[in-house]
Design a binder for this molecule. Structure first.
Ligand code: GLN
Ligand code: ZN
Length: 765
């Protein structure tokens, strides 16, 4: 029989119980015992869901109070010295508060220390804590949590398969600290601990351990490929079976490496890389299990069970008992349960599957290909087929006007009328800005009053006119403050926006919003991405009235503000029935209308935020160019409908541009504002080396801390920038939006920023 399993279940709980309890624990509002109890309840509930659905094994080891990569770091004793946890490590029992301090800098017990760095897990929106690696570091088994969870599952009567980040991927995700050295020099010591872990799991009676090795879908240096072989040869002696799990892409040039590893099984992603299945089977050893992920673990669409059955039957013939079925990757990346979406319309609901529904899909599919389908399975197959047929033909999805418009796009539509040098002159005349113009990134503090008004409005407790009036008053306040501060290019402050993607999605056709579609982003932070289900269009202007109103309150040029197409795409669940590029271009055309309407309304400066442009880069370098091509084109389509004198800005919250600077320049934004303050302007090197032609606002202070930046500090930073970029092309601004700060911090910070700009003007005019 075909084995059905999952690579991991979302840990947050259908009601975000994990978030609520961990936050309560951090704030001293619940005890450690209650926290542990919530963790236990969630684990048991999720195992029960897997068992009830009919999976053959349940996934143990996917739970974490904060992050599963952090769990492995703790288990290996990789706790940085600043957390003073030597005694805990050597006793083999690192405290949960120590893990929380690593994640957040502080915890109810223990001294605060600088938190570990956090970054995105491959190309997902999930953030993991980056392991800190030191030359000569020795690892020791420093936590029993995993073994306790295994015991918990066993004593509750479940059949566990343990999942754990693999040793090579763990090292790959780590960063060297102190000196720059070869991370692989630590492999032997890491493997010692993995060996110990596997031996302990074997004594607990565990048969299968899944080691997640998604690094195998990336471009690996030769030394890493060899280390995979060496590493897994060493783990071969473990007295249990290993399943190496790869996902998020194709094995590509690591294919024969992966299939040669001396392990009992391999998992591959057949959603992102359906074409690799046959070649993997060709190379697989005669006794190796192949777990195939045909159910999308990264998206929320219902699977086409009939098509998958057809696809799988010949594979079943080839693999027999060696075939396992699972979602493509851990279900961590999708929301928990669609049954809760009682407010979405029935039709849309019938197109979707969240984690809970995907469990059922896996089991149904398994029984279908094993010829042991129950009448209930046959019914599910029918329902899926009918829902998918309806979706393919639905008039809610296909808007002929949208496709016609896309077909009619001409190359010149994505080019501004004149090159930057010509535009810059026209803009200089139209805007009459001083040297080193000052501006901000768009949002001003989202105060409790603003949020309360929005909640009341959405709940029906505040009439639309009153809400509008409230937001106008907020805008007026923001303008008044900016006038008093002497900001050259004011913004309206984005008071009316809950979220930079949701705000637009709610007004565009083709988007839907769930109520409980939460996905963990990091620690207790969850996001609820919109669902793009159909062709995207803009029925009416979205931001124009706010910007227009704001412009009536000042003589200075108001900067209009929209979120760019790539960022909207990147932070949504995207339809799976057309290429991402097509969806992105549709969004771009809808936004283009907004940009043109802003211009018509008298707005002379328009900013198109693209903080997610870089994170959209594919995992494999050879795929970068085609992504960048359509991403850049989408931005240009959004921007290029305006006259030369209208100034287009873009903003990105990072500045690692070295490898994509060509694409950044190709956006051809008149001004780009970026985050540079934390790197001491070093990151401007990319712009200098490339001779970046347009204007830049290198963030002069870090908005992520409440500290008030000193004038001299900002002047120094700008002088560093001046070594690389001429004065006429420099702007002065913070490094991101100010929505998370309070006015008490914003006012003095901006006062100093304006002073810094004035000083610079005196010096360099
Ligand atoms: N305009 C947005 C703001 O200021 C930009 C946010 C972002 O870069 N993430 O809030
Ligand atoms: Zn930003």
């Amino acid at each position: 029989m075909t084995v059905s399993h999952i690579l991991g279940y979302p840990r947050i709980g259908a009601q975000r119980e994990l978030k609520k309890t961990t936050e309560a624990y951090w704030n001293g509002k619940c005890s450690r015992r209650e926290l542990e109890e919530t963790g236990r309840e969630l684990r048991l509930r999720h195992w029960q869901a897997q068992q009830d659905a009919g999976l053959d094994v349940v996934s143990v080891g996917d739970f974490a109070f904060y992050d599963h990569v952090l769990n492995v770091s703790v288990m290996l004793g990789a706790v940085p010295g600043r957390f003073s946890a030597h005694a805990e490590v050597s006793s083999g029992n690192v405290d949960l508060d120590t893990a929380f301090r690593m994640a957040r800098g502080r915890a109810p017990s223990g001294d605060p220390a600088a938190a570990c760095e956090m970054t995105k897990y491959f190309d997902t929106n999930y953030h993991y804590l980056v392991p800190e690696l030191h030359e000569g570091q020795i690892f020791t088994l420093a936590s029993n949590r995993l073994f306790e969870e295994v015991e918990e599952a066993l004593s509750a009567g479940f059949t566990p398969k343990v999942t754990l980040t693999g040793p090579l991927t763990w090292l790959w995700l780590g960063k060297t600290k102190g000196s720059d050295f070869d991370r692989l020099s630590l492999l032997d010591s890491v493997l010692n601990v993995y060996g110990e872990i596997l031996a302990r799991l074997a004594t607990q009676g565990i048969e299968w351990v899944q080691l997640d090795e998604p690094a195998l879908v990336q471009d690996l240096p030769l030394a890493w490929q060899q280390a995979y072989e060496r590493g897994y040869h060493r783990l071969q002696s473990a007295p249990l079976k290993l399943l190496v799990a790869t996902y998020f892409g194709s094995l590509g040039d690591n294919l024969s490496l992966a299939t040669r590893l001396p392990v009992a099984g391999l998992h591959i992603d057949a959603v992102r890389a359906p074409q690799q299945v046959e070649s993997v089977i060709d190379r697989l050893g005669p006794h190796q299990v192949l777990s195939i992920g045909f159910i999308d673990g990264r998206n929320i669409w219902r699977a086409d069970l009939a098509a998958l059955r057809e696809r799988l039957l010949p594979l079943k013939v080839r693999l027999g008992q060696r075939l396992w079925l699972a979602p493509s990757c851990s279900l961590l990346h999708v929301p928990v349960d669609m049954e809760q979406e009682t407010e979405l319309d029935k039709e849309l609901v019938s197109w979707l599957a969240f984690a809970q529904q995907k469990l059922v899909e896996i089991v149904t599919l398994t029984r279908l290909i094993d010829n042991r389908a129950t009448p209930a399975d046959e019914k599910r197959l029918d329902e899926a087929t009918r829902a998918l047929d309806a979706r393919r033909e639905s008039s809610r999805i296909h808007q002929s006007a949208v496709s016609a418009r896309l077909v009619a796009v001409k190359p010149e539509d994505s080019q501004r009328q004149a090159p930057y040098s010509v535009r810059a002159n026209e803009q200089r005349r139209a805007l009459e800005l001083p040297l080193f113009p000052t501006t901000t990134i768009g949002s001003f503090p989202q105060t409790n009053e603003i949020r309360a008004a929005r909640r009341a409005f959405k709940a029906g407790g505040l009439a639309s006119v009153d809400y509008e009036a409230h937001m106008q008053a907020e805008i007026a306040y923001a303008i008044e403050r900016q006038e008093a501060l002497g900001i050259d290019v004011p913004v309206h402050g984005e008071a009316e926006r809950n979220d930079m993607v949701e705000y637009f999605g709610e007004q565009l056709e083709g988007f839907a919003f769930t109520r409980f579609g939460w996905v963990q982003s990091y620690g207790s932070r969850c996001v609820k991405p919109p669902v793009i289900f159909g062709d995207v269009s803009r029925p009416a202007p979205m931001t124009v009235r706010w910007s227009q109103y704001a412009q009536t309150l000042t003589e200075k040029p108001m900067k209009g503000m929209i979120t760019g197409p790539v960022t909207i795409l990147q932070w949504s669940f995207v339809r799976d029935d057309q290429p991402r590029a097509t969806t992105c271009r549709q969004i771009a055309l809808a936004l283009r209308d907004e940009v043109v309407d802003l211009e018509k309304a008298g707005i002379k400066i328009i900013q198109i935020d693209e903080p997610a442009l870089r994170e959209g880069l594919p995992l494999r370098q050879y795929e970068w160019q085609s992504y960048l091509d359509w991403a850049v084109e989408s931005f240009q389509l959004t921007a290029a409908g305006v006259a030369n004198a209208t100034q287009v800005h873009t903003h990105m919250c990072y500045s690692e541009f070295n490898d994509i600077i060509g694409a950044i320049a190709a956006l051809d934004a008149d001004v780009i504002t970026i985050e540079t303050s934390r790197s001491d302007m070093q990151l401007l090197d990319a712009f200098q080396d490339f001779s970046y032609p347009n204007e830049i606002g290198p963030g002069v202070y870090d908005i992520h801390t409440p500290n008030i930046p000193e004038v001299s500090w900002m002047v120094d930073l700008m002088e560093k920038a001046l070594e690389k970029i001429p004065a006429e092309r420099l702007w002065v601004n913070p490094d991101c939006g100010l929505k998370t700060r309070g006015w008490a911090e914003v006012e003095p910070a901006l006062t100093n920023m304006v002073k810094a700009a004035k000083l610079l003007r005196q010096r360099y005019a």
